[in-house]
Write a protein that binds this ligand. Structure first.
Ligand SMILES: Nc1ncnc2c1ncn2[C@@H]1O[C@H](COP(=O)(O)OP(=O)(O)OP(=O)(O)O)[C@@H](O)[C@H]1O
Ligand SMILES: [Mg+2]
Length: 367
Protein backbone atom coordinates (compact mmCIF):
# COMPACT_ATOMS: atom_id res chain seq x y z
CA UNK A 1 0.00 0.00 0.00
CA UNK A 2 1.18 3.46 -0.80
CA UNK A 3 -0.04 6.86 0.26
CA UNK A 4 0.24 9.09 -2.80
CA UNK A 5 -0.96 12.31 -1.21
CA UNK A 6 -2.72 13.59 1.86
CA UNK A 7 -4.50 16.81 2.72
CA UNK A 8 -5.05 17.74 6.37
CA UNK A 9 -7.52 20.44 7.28
CA UNK A 10 -7.91 21.78 10.80
CA UNK A 11 -6.23 18.62 12.05
CA UNK A 12 -4.05 19.29 15.14
CA UNK A 13 -1.65 22.11 14.36
CA UNK A 14 -2.39 22.15 10.65
CA UNK A 15 -4.99 24.57 9.28
CA UNK A 16 -4.30 23.15 5.83
CA UNK A 17 -1.38 20.99 4.78
CA UNK A 18 -0.98 19.15 1.50
CA UNK A 19 1.71 16.53 1.10
CA UNK A 20 2.74 14.13 -1.68
CA UNK A 21 4.87 11.10 -0.95
CA UNK A 22 6.96 8.65 -2.93
CA UNK A 23 7.12 4.89 -2.61
CA UNK A 24 10.08 3.64 -0.55
CA UNK A 25 11.52 5.64 2.33
CA UNK A 26 10.38 9.24 2.92
CA UNK A 27 12.01 11.43 5.53
CA UNK A 28 9.88 14.24 6.90
CA UNK A 29 12.10 16.69 8.72
CA UNK A 30 11.63 19.99 10.53
CA UNK A 31 12.12 21.63 13.91
CA UNK A 32 10.45 20.57 17.16
CA UNK A 33 6.77 21.39 17.16
CA UNK A 34 6.59 21.86 13.38
CA UNK A 35 3.81 19.27 13.19
CA UNK A 36 5.61 16.17 11.90
CA UNK A 37 4.07 13.74 14.36
CA UNK A 38 0.69 15.32 13.55
CA UNK A 39 1.17 14.23 9.92
CA UNK A 40 1.93 10.61 10.88
CA UNK A 41 -1.10 10.68 13.16
CA UNK A 42 -3.27 11.76 10.22
CA UNK A 43 -1.86 9.03 7.95
CA UNK A 44 -2.57 6.41 10.60
CA UNK A 45 -6.04 7.90 11.02
CA UNK A 46 -7.02 7.31 7.38
CA UNK A 47 -5.67 3.75 7.54
CA UNK A 48 -7.04 2.67 10.90
CA UNK A 49 -9.67 5.32 11.82
CA UNK A 50 -7.93 6.54 14.97
CA UNK A 51 -4.81 8.16 16.40
CA UNK A 52 -1.81 5.92 17.06
CA UNK A 53 -1.06 7.99 20.15
CA UNK A 54 -4.25 6.89 21.87
CA UNK A 55 -5.70 10.42 21.52
CA UNK A 56 -9.44 10.95 21.16
CA UNK A 57 -10.91 12.28 17.90
CA UNK A 58 -11.73 15.54 19.66
CA UNK A 59 -8.09 15.99 20.70
CA UNK A 60 -7.15 16.02 17.03
CA UNK A 61 -9.37 19.01 16.28
CA UNK A 62 -7.28 22.09 15.75
CA UNK A 63 -7.74 24.31 18.81
CA UNK A 64 -11.02 26.28 18.37
CA UNK A 65 -11.96 24.53 15.12
CA UNK A 66 -15.40 22.92 14.79
CA UNK A 67 -14.35 20.07 12.51
CA UNK A 68 -11.39 18.42 10.81
CA UNK A 69 -10.97 16.64 7.53
CA UNK A 70 -8.29 14.36 6.11
CA UNK A 71 -8.28 13.40 2.45
CA UNK A 72 -5.88 10.76 1.18
CA UNK A 73 -5.14 9.16 -2.14
CA UNK A 74 -3.93 5.58 -1.82
CA UNK A 75 -2.53 3.02 -4.19
CA UNK A 76 -2.45 -0.70 -3.51
CA UNK A 77 0.54 -2.91 -4.37
CA UNK A 78 -1.45 -4.06 -7.42
CA UNK A 79 -1.77 -0.43 -8.56
CA UNK A 80 -5.44 0.16 -7.69
CA UNK A 81 -6.09 3.72 -6.55
CA UNK A 82 -8.69 4.78 -4.01
CA UNK A 83 -9.52 7.81 -1.93
CA UNK A 84 -10.18 7.88 1.80
CA UNK A 85 -11.81 10.83 3.51
CA UNK A 86 -12.16 11.19 7.27
CA UNK A 87 -14.46 13.90 8.56
CA UNK A 88 -15.01 14.67 12.22
CA UNK A 89 -17.01 17.32 13.99
CA UNK A 90 -17.92 17.46 17.64
CA UNK A 91 -21.63 17.65 16.77
CA UNK A 92 -21.75 15.04 13.99
CA UNK A 93 -19.05 12.65 15.12
CA UNK A 94 -16.78 10.77 12.73
CA UNK A 95 -17.56 9.84 9.14
CA UNK A 96 -15.36 7.88 6.79
CA UNK A 97 -15.72 7.69 3.03
CA UNK A 98 -13.95 5.37 0.63
CA UNK A 99 -14.17 6.55 -2.96
CA UNK A 100 -16.82 9.01 -1.72
CA UNK A 101 -19.10 6.25 -0.35
CA UNK A 102 -19.76 6.44 3.38
CA UNK A 103 -18.68 3.49 5.52
CA UNK A 104 -21.44 2.20 7.76
CA UNK A 105 -18.99 0.36 10.03
CA UNK A 106 -15.48 1.62 10.70
CA UNK A 107 -14.25 -1.91 11.31
CA UNK A 108 -14.69 -2.54 7.58
CA UNK A 109 -11.72 -0.34 6.74
CA UNK A 110 -9.36 -2.13 9.16
CA UNK A 111 -6.94 -4.19 7.08
CA UNK A 112 -7.85 -2.49 3.81
CA UNK A 113 -5.07 0.06 4.23
CA UNK A 114 -2.52 -1.80 6.36
CA UNK A 115 -0.29 0.39 8.45
CA UNK A 116 2.31 -0.06 11.18
CA UNK A 117 3.39 2.85 13.40
CA UNK A 118 6.37 3.05 15.70
CA UNK A 119 7.27 5.82 18.13
CA UNK A 120 9.50 6.21 21.20
CA UNK A 121 6.39 5.60 23.30
CA UNK A 122 6.47 1.98 22.13
CA UNK A 123 9.14 1.20 24.70
CA UNK A 124 5.98 0.78 26.82
CA UNK A 125 5.51 -2.52 25.01
CA UNK A 126 8.43 -3.82 27.02
CA UNK A 127 8.37 -1.70 30.15
CA UNK A 128 4.66 -0.96 30.46
CA UNK A 129 1.56 -2.81 31.58
CA UNK A 130 0.05 -5.95 29.97
CA UNK A 131 -2.65 -3.71 28.51
CA UNK A 132 -0.13 -2.18 26.11
CA UNK A 133 1.00 -5.60 24.93
CA UNK A 134 -2.60 -6.74 24.48
CA UNK A 135 -3.21 -3.66 22.35
CA UNK A 136 -0.26 -4.61 20.19
CA UNK A 137 -1.54 -8.18 19.80
CA UNK A 138 -5.08 -7.09 19.02
CA UNK A 139 -3.91 -4.43 16.58
CA UNK A 140 -1.62 -6.78 14.68
CA UNK A 141 -4.17 -9.59 14.45
CA UNK A 142 -7.15 -7.35 13.64
CA UNK A 143 -5.54 -5.96 10.53
CA UNK A 144 -5.22 -9.45 9.11
CA UNK A 145 -8.34 -11.09 10.47
CA UNK A 146 -11.80 -9.50 10.40
CA UNK A 147 -13.37 -12.36 12.39
CA UNK A 148 -10.96 -11.60 15.23
CA UNK A 149 -11.99 -7.95 15.26
CA UNK A 150 -15.63 -8.99 15.44
CA UNK A 151 -14.84 -11.42 18.26
CA UNK A 152 -13.14 -8.61 20.14
CA UNK A 153 -16.26 -6.42 19.93
CA UNK A 154 -18.50 -9.29 21.03
CA UNK A 155 -16.11 -10.22 23.81
CA UNK A 156 -16.18 -6.70 25.22
CA UNK A 157 -19.96 -6.76 25.18
CA UNK A 158 -20.14 -10.15 26.91
CA UNK A 159 -17.56 -9.05 29.48
CA UNK A 160 -19.50 -5.87 30.28
CA UNK A 161 -22.73 -7.85 30.70
CA UNK A 162 -21.03 -10.42 32.87
CA UNK A 163 -19.42 -7.79 35.07
CA UNK A 164 -22.75 -6.01 35.43
CA UNK A 165 -24.49 -9.21 36.49
CA UNK A 166 -21.72 -10.16 38.91
CA UNK A 167 -21.89 -6.71 40.48
CA UNK A 168 -25.68 -6.90 40.76
CA UNK A 169 -25.48 -10.37 42.24
CA UNK A 170 -23.17 -9.10 44.92
CA UNK A 171 -25.47 -6.21 45.81
CA UNK A 172 -28.85 -7.91 45.61
CA UNK A 173 -28.71 -11.54 46.64
CA UNK A 174 -32.53 -11.54 46.75
CA UNK A 175 -32.80 -11.49 42.95
CA UNK A 176 -30.16 -14.20 42.89
CA UNK A 177 -31.90 -16.97 40.95
CA UNK A 178 -32.90 -14.71 38.06
CA UNK A 179 -29.46 -13.13 37.93
CA UNK A 180 -27.76 -16.50 38.07
CA UNK A 181 -29.74 -17.72 35.08
CA UNK A 182 -28.71 -14.69 33.01
CA UNK A 183 -25.15 -15.05 34.23
CA UNK A 184 -25.06 -18.62 33.03
CA UNK A 185 -26.19 -17.62 29.55
CA UNK A 186 -23.62 -14.85 29.30
CA UNK A 187 -20.88 -17.02 30.75
CA UNK A 188 -21.41 -19.60 28.05
CA UNK A 189 -21.12 -17.01 25.31
CA UNK A 190 -18.24 -15.27 27.07
CA UNK A 191 -16.27 -18.53 27.33
CA UNK A 192 -16.78 -19.42 23.67
CA UNK A 193 -15.48 -16.06 22.47
CA UNK A 194 -12.68 -16.07 25.04
CA UNK A 195 -11.46 -19.46 23.81
CA UNK A 196 -11.61 -18.30 20.22
CA UNK A 197 -9.59 -15.15 21.00
CA UNK A 198 -7.02 -17.07 23.01
CA UNK A 199 -6.62 -19.72 20.29
CA UNK A 200 -6.08 -17.01 17.70
CA UNK A 201 -3.58 -15.15 19.88
CA UNK A 202 -1.57 -18.31 20.52
CA UNK A 203 -1.44 -19.04 16.81
CA UNK A 204 -0.38 -15.45 16.22
CA UNK A 205 2.45 -15.75 18.75
CA UNK A 206 3.68 -18.91 17.01
CA UNK A 207 3.56 -17.42 13.51
CA UNK A 208 4.94 -14.10 14.66
CA UNK A 209 7.97 -15.71 16.34
CA UNK A 210 9.42 -16.61 12.93
CA UNK A 211 9.11 -13.01 11.73
CA UNK A 212 10.59 -11.72 14.96
CA UNK A 213 13.63 -13.95 14.55
CA UNK A 214 13.94 -12.80 10.96
CA UNK A 215 13.77 -9.12 12.01
CA UNK A 216 16.30 -9.77 14.76
CA UNK A 217 18.70 -11.45 12.37
CA UNK A 218 18.42 -8.53 9.97
CA UNK A 219 18.53 -5.59 12.35
CA UNK A 220 19.82 -6.48 15.78
CA UNK A 221 23.53 -6.54 16.49
CA UNK A 222 22.91 -8.68 19.57
CA UNK A 223 23.73 -12.35 19.32
CA UNK A 224 20.65 -13.72 21.00
CA UNK A 225 17.39 -15.44 20.23
CA UNK A 226 14.18 -13.48 20.82
CA UNK A 227 10.92 -15.18 21.69
CA UNK A 228 7.33 -14.29 22.39
CA UNK A 229 4.95 -16.40 24.49
CA UNK A 230 1.30 -16.05 25.28
CA UNK A 231 0.50 -16.07 28.98
CA UNK A 232 -2.80 -16.78 30.63
CA UNK A 233 -3.93 -17.68 34.14
CA UNK A 234 -4.24 -21.30 33.13
CA UNK A 235 -1.77 -23.64 31.50
CA UNK A 236 -1.60 -23.49 27.71
CA UNK A 237 0.96 -25.75 26.17
CA UNK A 238 1.56 -25.73 22.42
CA UNK A 239 -0.69 -27.54 20.01
CA UNK A 240 -3.99 -27.23 21.91
CA UNK A 241 -7.14 -27.16 19.82
CA UNK A 242 -9.79 -24.47 20.32
CA UNK A 243 -11.98 -27.11 22.01
CA UNK A 244 -9.19 -28.01 24.45
CA UNK A 245 -8.73 -24.34 25.26
CA UNK A 246 -12.47 -23.91 25.81
CA UNK A 247 -12.59 -26.89 28.18
CA UNK A 248 -9.65 -25.61 30.21
CA UNK A 249 -11.01 -22.10 30.24
CA UNK A 250 -14.42 -23.22 31.49
CA UNK A 251 -12.80 -25.40 34.11
CA UNK A 252 -10.62 -22.55 35.37
CA UNK A 253 -13.53 -20.12 35.29
CA UNK A 254 -15.58 -22.46 37.48
CA UNK A 255 -12.74 -22.61 39.96
CA UNK A 256 -12.88 -18.83 40.47
CA UNK A 257 -16.68 -18.66 40.53
CA UNK A 258 -17.11 -17.87 44.21
CA UNK A 259 -14.25 -15.39 44.14
CA UNK A 260 -15.87 -13.65 41.16
CA UNK A 261 -19.16 -13.39 42.98
CA UNK A 262 -17.49 -12.09 46.11
CA UNK A 263 -15.61 -9.42 44.17
CA UNK A 264 -18.38 -8.72 41.69
CA UNK A 265 -16.24 -8.93 38.56
CA UNK A 266 -14.81 -11.25 35.93
CA UNK A 267 -11.41 -12.52 37.00
CA UNK A 268 -10.34 -14.54 33.98
CA UNK A 269 -10.12 -14.01 30.26
CA UNK A 270 -8.14 -12.59 27.35
CA UNK A 271 -8.69 -9.08 28.75
CA UNK A 272 -6.29 -10.02 31.56
CA UNK A 273 -3.74 -12.05 29.60
CA UNK A 274 -0.27 -10.97 28.56
CA UNK A 275 2.57 -11.79 26.22
CA UNK A 276 6.04 -12.33 27.51
CA UNK A 277 9.09 -11.24 25.57
CA UNK A 278 12.38 -12.97 26.23
CA UNK A 279 15.87 -13.04 24.77
CA UNK A 280 17.79 -16.27 25.27
CA UNK A 281 15.10 -17.27 27.73
CA UNK A 282 15.51 -14.23 29.99
CA UNK A 283 12.72 -11.72 30.57
CA UNK A 284 13.30 -8.64 28.45
CA UNK A 285 11.58 -6.40 30.97
CA UNK A 286 13.63 -7.62 33.93
CA UNK A 287 17.07 -8.25 32.53
CA UNK A 288 17.68 -6.56 29.20
CA UNK A 289 19.61 -3.30 28.82
CA UNK A 290 17.93 -0.17 27.44
CA UNK A 291 19.61 -0.73 24.09
CA UNK A 292 18.44 -4.34 23.94
CA UNK A 293 14.90 -3.26 24.80
CA UNK A 294 14.85 -0.55 22.13
CA UNK A 295 16.25 -2.95 19.55
CA UNK A 296 13.60 -5.48 20.50
CA UNK A 297 10.82 -2.93 20.00
CA UNK A 298 12.12 -1.98 16.56
CA UNK A 299 12.30 -5.67 15.64
CA UNK A 300 8.75 -6.20 16.94
CA UNK A 301 7.50 -3.52 14.59
CA UNK A 302 9.54 -4.81 11.67
CA UNK A 303 8.14 -8.27 12.38
CA UNK A 304 4.63 -6.82 12.45
CA UNK A 305 5.32 -5.38 9.01
CA UNK A 306 6.54 -8.79 7.73
CA UNK A 307 3.62 -10.61 9.34
CA UNK A 308 0.93 -8.35 7.89
CA UNK A 309 2.53 -8.37 4.46
CA UNK A 310 2.67 -12.14 4.42
CA UNK A 311 -0.90 -12.64 5.58
CA UNK A 312 -2.54 -9.95 3.49
CA UNK A 313 -0.32 -10.04 0.45
CA UNK A 314 -0.23 -6.24 0.78
CA UNK A 315 2.68 -4.23 2.17
CA UNK A 316 1.75 -1.98 5.10
CA UNK A 317 2.68 1.68 5.18
CA UNK A 318 5.35 1.99 7.85
CA UNK A 319 5.35 5.13 10.03
CA UNK A 320 8.39 5.82 12.20
CA UNK A 321 8.08 8.75 14.55
CA UNK A 322 11.33 10.15 15.85
CA UNK A 323 12.98 6.74 15.89
CA UNK A 324 16.32 8.06 14.63
CA UNK A 325 16.82 10.22 17.69
CA UNK A 326 17.37 6.99 19.59
CA UNK A 327 19.87 5.46 17.19
CA UNK A 328 23.44 6.29 16.34
CA UNK A 329 24.18 7.12 12.72
CA UNK A 330 25.27 3.61 11.72
CA UNK A 331 22.18 1.99 13.20
CA UNK A 332 19.99 4.61 11.53
CA UNK A 333 21.69 3.80 8.24
CA UNK A 334 21.11 0.07 8.80
CA UNK A 335 17.45 0.75 9.49
CA UNK A 336 17.08 2.86 6.34
CA UNK A 337 18.63 0.18 4.16
CA UNK A 338 16.30 -2.36 5.72
CA UNK A 339 13.29 -0.13 5.13
CA UNK A 340 14.01 0.89 1.54
CA UNK A 341 12.87 -2.38 -0.06
CA UNK A 342 10.04 -2.82 2.47
CA UNK A 343 7.41 -0.72 0.77
CA UNK A 344 6.58 2.84 1.75
CA UNK A 345 7.80 4.32 4.99
CA UNK A 346 7.51 7.79 6.45
CA UNK A 347 10.16 8.73 8.98
CA UNK A 348 10.15 11.93 11.03
CA UNK A 349 13.34 13.52 12.32
CA UNK A 350 14.40 16.99 13.37
CA UNK A 351 17.38 17.29 11.05
CA UNK A 352 17.87 16.56 7.38
CA UNK A 353 19.62 13.21 7.01
CA UNK A 354 21.81 12.44 4.06
CA UNK A 355 20.91 8.96 3.01
CA UNK A 356 21.02 7.80 -0.58
CA UNK A 357 17.84 7.03 -2.46
CA UNK A 358 15.52 8.52 0.13
CA UNK A 359 12.89 11.17 -0.49
CA UNK A 360 13.48 14.16 1.81
CA UNK A 361 10.65 16.51 2.70
CA UNK A 362 11.02 19.66 4.74
CA UNK A 363 7.75 20.19 6.56
CA UNK A 364 8.46 23.87 7.07
CA UNK A 365 8.54 24.39 3.31
CA UNK A 366 5.02 22.99 3.16
CA UNK A 367 3.46 25.08 5.93
N1 LIG B 1 -5.36 19.95 18.75
C1 LIG B 1 -4.39 20.81 18.46
N2 LIG B 1 -4.65 22.01 17.90
C2 LIG B 1 -3.66 22.86 17.58
N3 LIG B 1 -2.36 22.63 17.79
C3 LIG B 1 -2.03 21.43 18.36
C4 LIG B 1 -3.02 20.47 18.70
N4 LIG B 1 -2.42 19.40 19.23
C5 LIG B 1 -1.09 19.69 19.21
N5 LIG B 1 -0.87 20.91 18.67
C6 LIG B 1 0.42 21.57 18.48
O1 LIG B 1 1.13 20.85 17.52
C7 LIG B 1 2.50 20.91 17.85
C8 LIG B 1 3.08 19.54 17.92
O2 LIG B 1 3.15 19.02 16.69
P1 LIG B 1 3.96 17.68 16.51
O3 LIG B 1 3.92 16.86 17.72
O4 LIG B 1 3.48 17.11 15.25
O5 LIG B 1 5.42 18.31 16.34
P2 LIG B 1 6.71 17.60 15.81
O6 LIG B 1 7.12 18.27 14.56
O7 LIG B 1 6.51 16.15 15.78
O8 LIG B 1 7.72 18.00 16.96
P3 LIG B 1 8.91 17.16 17.66
O9 LIG B 1 10.08 17.25 16.75
O10 LIG B 1 9.12 17.92 18.92
O11 LIG B 1 8.41 15.78 17.88
C9 LIG B 1 2.63 21.49 19.21
O12 LIG B 1 3.20 22.78 19.10
C10 LIG B 1 1.25 21.54 19.74
O13 LIG B 1 1.01 22.68 20.52
MG1 LIG C 1 7.17 14.61 16.97
Amino acid sequence: MKLLSIHLQRFRKHESLQLSLEGGANILYGHNGAGKTNVLEAIYFVCLTKSFLGASDADCLRFDAADFEIDAEMQSDAGVQSSVRVYYSASEGKHIFINRSPLDQFSKIVGEYPCVAMSPQDIGLVQGSPQERRKFLDGAISQTNKAYLEDLFNYKRALTQRNKLLAELRLSPRAASELRASLEVWTEQFSLIAASLIARRIRFAEEFATHLKDAYARFSSFEEAPSIDYESDFSLEQGLSKEDILKRFEHKLRSVESEEQRRGQTLLGPHRDDIKFTVDGHSLKKFASQGQQKTFVICLKLAQQFYIRERLGETPIFLLDDVFSELDRDRAKDLISLLKPLGQSVITTTGRKDFDGVNQLNIEALL
